[in-house]
Write a protein that binds this ligand. Structure first.
Ligand SMILES: Nc1ncnc2c1ncn2[C@@H]1O[C@H](COP(=O)(O)OP(=O)(O)OP(=O)(O)O)[C@@H](O)[C@H]1O
Length: 296
């Protein structure tokens, strides 16, 4: 069996944006007002008003060091806002909430680790077992179901250190979905994946959006693989931000204003190419010369 092909097709065609805006009656699952995050004198972003609705996919873009991961940490209750207010599912954010699934940035695992794919997924359940009175057979069934849902059954018992980046990413998604979360936070889940594996990850996220109305905050350097799914983009750069539908944010005018320098946004064959965006804002300690990129 080709392990990279083991995801069943999405039940519906892809590319329908705007689901989150169809159910505003449920109210936002994330609500931030005038949010500012600074480390010492360095302001990453200031005055951020953000509502994320159930079933909405918010893509978070921006150069290295613009505060994308820090935003996820704030939503997870691991980092406090410097100013402003935030509720997540109606409460102040807190660590370990079972209604939030988190796919952290890929970190390398030692090749000799004995932790198997099913153990990793089970950890996603164990962290919350106080809320889930599951018997051992029920836990096993749940883990099997989660692995099957991401097409990872055939390597359930393989140590994760031996899995490829794409295989490991599927297992991480299964782990993040273990508690049936209402919010899914993804930190660059496409990083270092080839196109085929990128598509697999996007398909799994899309399925979750559609089947469960889970709100997704998707940090990425590459907007193109998720462009058909994105409701809005939050673009962070140089201590500022721009938020709105892709057609409003991904324009030369909007990004030039945000970066404070001329940036070209070109659309070719349904793809977006950003040319001339600096790697980091001028106040960033590692600010670099302008570079060409597909989408920052
Ligand atoms: N706890 C902290 N204390 C001080 N500075 C921090 C802390 N956490 C992150 N930073 C700095 O804040 C900046 C933003 O970091 P963050 O990881 O949020 O950026 P990012 O946009 O996710 O970057 P990348 O695209 O490289 O992953 C970086 O310059 C980082 O070094």
């Amino acid at each position: 069996m080709d392990r990279t092909e083991a995801v069943a097709p999405s039940p519906e065609p892809s590319g329908t944006a705007g689901r989150g805006r169809e159910s505003p009656a449920a109210g936002p699952v994330i609500s931030m007002r005038s949010g500012t995050l600074a480390y010492g004198d360095r302001v990453l972003w200031r005055g951020l008003d953000l509502d994320v609705q159930p079933g909405e996919l918010l893509a978070v873009l921006g150069p290295n060091g613009s505060g994308k991961t820090s935003l996820l940490r704030v939503l997870l209750g691991r980092q406090q806002l410097t100013e402003g207010s935030l509720t997540v599912l109606g409460h102040a954010p807190r660590r370990g909430g079972r209604h939030i699934g988190y796919i952290p940035q890929q970190t390398s695992l030692p090749a000799h680790t004995m932790l198997r794919a099913r153990d990793l997924v089970r950890l996603g359940l164990d962290g919350h077992l106080w809320g889930l009175p599951l018997t051992r057979p029920a836990v096993r069934r749940r883990v099997d179901d989660l692995l099957a849902s991401v097409g990872a059954t055939c390597y359930a018992d393989v140590p994760v250190g031996r899995l490829s980046g794409g295989e490991r990413q599927r297992v991480r998604i299964a782990q993040a979905l273990a508690t049936d979360p209402r919010i899914l936070l993804c930190d660059e889940p496409l990083l270092s994946l080839d196109l085929q594996h990128q598509r697999t990850v996007v398909t799994l996220v899309e399925r979750r959006l559609r089947a469960a109305e889970t709100a997704v905050v998707f940090v990425t350097h590459e907007i193109n693989p998720v462009l058909g799914l994105v409701d809005r983009i939050l673009y962070l750069a140089g201590g500022g931000f721009r938020i709105g539908p892709p057609d409003e944010v991904m324009t030369s005018a909007a990004l030039s204003e945000l970066y404070g320098t001329h940036v070209d946004v070109i659309r070719i064959g349904g793809r977006i190419v950003v040319v001339g965006a600096p790697d980091a804002g001028p106040d960033h300690p590692h600010a670099d010369a302008p570079e060409e990129g597909e989408s920052q």
